[in-house]
Design a protein around this ligand. Structure first.
Ligand SMILES: [Zn+2]
Length: 79
């Protein structure tokens, strides 16, 4: 019985953690208006370069906005 309760508690806490993590991640993306590296999610706000300083990936602002917008649609924030 205690094992079943422990498993249920673990599942519930995992779900709560996942929900909180996803909400935080969505907020992070929206606050940056999608101006993030599509390879490593580095915040490119204010970076005057077409290369990500974190991973070296080429960066195109309009393409990044489009891809992050698609990401938010594919993985919607569940409430
Ligand atoms: Zn990067």
């Amino acid at each position: 019985m205690i094992v079943v309760l422990a498993l249920l508690a673990t599942a519930l806490l995992s779900f709560i953690w996942l929900k909180h993590w996803r909400a935080s991640w969505h907020t992070y993306i929206k606050k940056r208006h999608g101006l993030m590296c599509t390879n490593c999610a580095y915040d490119m706000t204010g970076v005057d370069s077409d290369t990500c300083p974190e991973c070296g990936e080429s960066f195109d602002a309009s393409e990044a906005k489009q891809r992050w917008s698609e990401y938010l649609q594919i993985y919607p924030h569940f409430k």
